[in-house]
Design a protein around this ligand. Structure first.
Ligand SMILES: CC(C)(COP(=O)(O)OP(=O)(O)OC[C@H]1O[C@@H](n2cnc3c(N)ncnc32)[C@H](O)[C@@H]1OP(=O)(O)O)[C@@H](O)C(=O)NCCC(=O)NCCS
Length: 302
């Protein structure tokens, strides 16, 4: 790694005024507004420049609610300057500044399966970061491609089971069972709560599952673009798992998509269930056009 703190060019610059705006193209649109707020005590922006021209940026923020965290929001080096140690230098300066602002640890989220991922992970390892963890899986596919999956044929249910449109077909007693006594039922993980953002659910493509009249599962879809659905919550009650019901529910949900104008789907899978991850790995991944994990890494400063 070059000792770029002591050589004039390229060099690291602490961005503390509106000059930071020149680095806008090196961060995500959602964080770009922070470049006009570098005077805020919790914001850290480190520029990398060559002959006065921006060629990289590290952007971080000390946590507000949790004053001891230091989130690295983005880290980027212009393509022609990569793999020369500048990324590591930016990371190092970001860590120092976050620490000076009182952070006890730094955290970073990134996507797996990208061109830069192996370099980033190597960089984190060398800088003493803990082993990254898997946070959430994102898969995407087209209708034509997913239709080729062998399990798409399984569109019937064993005796006693039936599907219904979600949420239109939910009965009052079922709403009550989902909200529970204290406003939160405990028979499903909160992350798979089917009532969150209920007003945004794609009612044409979401299904509930009953066994002999009892609610035992659901497949919840959101329309994220005119022709794309996002499946966010697929749940089967504990005692009904391992009978292939989730796969049948998914096949029954996907098959009629074109009749509602949908030609592609994305899935968010939270790694809470080993069964679901196994299915995604073997049944879904081979038919996906995109497959990537959101990863999380931290480094403790103490
Ligand atoms: C991630 C990124 C910032 C890294 O910047 P960089 O300047 O290339 O980083 P470095 O040069 O410091 O190198 C990173 C590691 O890759 C290693 N590396 C460099 N070239 C390599 C090669 N050809 N093969 C294998 N490893 C290599 C380096 O040795 C270093 O590892 P080390 O610290 O163990 O020595 C840069 O790739 C980038 O801007 N990517 C796009 C944005 C992004 O994905 N950001 C991360 C999430 S916000």
């Amino acid at each position: 790694m070059p000792n770029i703190g002591s050589i004039p060019d390229p060099r690291l610059v602490d961005l503390e005024d509106l000059r930071a705006l020149r680095y806008r193209s090196f961060t995500f649109p959602t964080h770009a507004n922070l470049l006009s707020q570098t005077e805020r005590p919790e914001v850290v922006a480190i520029g990398l420049e060559r002959a006065g021209r921006p060629i990289g940026l590290g952007l971080g923020m000390r946590g507000n609610s949790e004053a001891y965290s230091g989130d690295i929001l983005s880290l980027a080096v212009a393509a022609e300057y990569r793999t020369q140690g500048y990324g590591s230098a930016l990371l190092n300066r970001l860590e120092c500044r976050l620490q000076q602002k009182g952070a006890c640890f730094a955290s970073l989220q990134y996507m797996s399966h990208q061109k830069s991922t192996p370099y980033l992970e190597r960089m984190l390892r060398s800088a003493g970061w803990e082993e990254p963890v898997h946070r959430q899986l994102f898969c995407a596919s087209t209708y034509t491609r997913i239709l080729k999956a062998p399990w798409m044929r399984f569109r019937t249910l064993p005796d006693g089971f039936e599907t219904f449109s979600w949420p239109a077909g939910l009965q009052d007693s079922e709403w009550k069972r989902l909200t529970g006594e204290g406003g939160r039922a405990s028979w499903f993980p909160e992350l798979l709560n089917p009532l969150h953002s209920v007003e945004d659910i794609d009612g044409e493509n979401s299904l509930g599952l009953r066994f002999r009249g009892d609610l035992v599962g659901w497949l919840i879809a959101f329309r994220i673009a005119p022709t794309t659905v996002r499946y966010q919550k697929l749940f089967i009650k504990d005692e009904f798992q391992k009978q292939g019901l989730a796969i049948r529910l998914l096949a029954m949900g996907i098959y009629p998509l074109p009749s509602t104008g949908v030609d592609s789907a994305v899935w968010d899978v939270i790694p809470t269930s080993k069964n679901m991850l196994n299915f995604v790995e073997r049944g879904l991944r081979p038919y996906c056009t995109e497959y990537k994990w959101s990863m999380g890494a931290i480094k403790r400063f103490s």
